[in-house]
Design a protein around this ligand. Structure first.
Ligand SMILES: Nc1ncnc2c1ncn2[C@@H]1O[C@H](COP(=O)(O)OP(=O)(O)OP(=O)(O)O)[C@@H](O)[C@H]1O
Ligand SMILES: [Mg+2]
Length: 233
């Protein structure tokens, strides 16, 4: 039997500080945050508004360089990569569901979902179109492929953003309040989709949620308060 996946660390954050600078003012948001994420783990992060949850996801996913500390994907320091390599890494190995969706307004939903395939070096061919269509069907948007984002409801945009994050079957999915705009049944469907994905070997899910019931369904529960990241059993 091969147990090598069980203890495999996919992501590791060491002593992360993040301080925003606004003019001469310094706003410390993250202080000495440390985290290890293993294969097929699901993590829920909660904390008050403004605590730094989105900032933490941005730092962990290669979107925003920390003021101090390092983030490793497997053994690679992601902020030591040249920017173009980090961009490709993000497109291939990371899925990010933004709190505010960030769909490109001039593209259709299908084109938005195909973007990570192209950004990670794939072709915009029939296979990419088929894969993107399948994932859009999975989140219940089969009838909306040709819509642009502005012609979708908030919950539909959220589901399109989820499809885009999952289309490359990435190793690590970061989800910032992914069910915040969805009714209970649709939210449950999306949550199952995310948890199923993360349950596979060499996959992980790091999700911000204010909902304790959703947090309870994750393997690990973390809290971010006053810039300090802690974990409860
Ligand atoms: N680019 C930025 N420049 C300056 N300050 C910022 C920037 N981004 C976030 N902040 C500040 O950092 C703090 C943390 O913001 P963040 O968005 O990470 O909070 P959050 O925990 O995700 O909150 P919410 O639950 O409301 O989404 C806030 O006080 C915010 O005003
Ligand atoms: Mg946030």
């Amino acid at each position: 039997m091969n147990n090598s996946n069980a203890n495999q660390i996919l992501l590791q954050a060491e002593s992360i500080d993040k301080t925003y600078r606004i003019g001469t003012r310094h706003l410390p948001v993250l202080r000495n945050a440390c985290l290890m994420v293993g294969s097929h783990q699901t993590l829920a992060i909660s904390g008050p508004s403004g605590a730094g949850k989105t900032t933490l996801l941005h730092v962990l996913s290669g979107l925003d360089r920390p003021t101090a500390g390092r983030v490793y994907h497997r053994n690679t320091d992601i902020y030591a990569m040249p920017p173009s390599r980090r961009t490709r890494w993000r497109a291939r190995d990371v899925g990010f569901i933004f709190q505010t969706y960030h769909l490109l307004p001039e593209l259709t939903i299908l084109e938005n979902v195909m973007l990570p395939i192209v950004a990670s070096g794939g072709r915009m061919n029939d296979a990419a179109r088929q894969r993107s269509t399948e994932i859009l069907e999975r989140v219940g948007l089969a009838e909306r492929l040709d819509h642009t984002p502005s012609t979708l409801s908030g919950g539909e945009q959220q589901r399109a953003a989820i499809a885009r994050a999952l289309v490359n079957n990435p190793e690590i999915v970061f989800a910032d309040e992914p069910t915040g705009n969805l009714d209970t049944a649709t939210g449950e469907n999306i949550l199952r989709c995310l948890l199923d994905m993360a349950g596979q070997a060499e996959r992980a899910l790091i999700m911000v949620t204010h909902n304790p019931e959703i947090a309870d369904r994750c393997d690990r529960r973390l809290h971010l308060i006053d810039g300090i990241l802690s974990e409860t059993d």
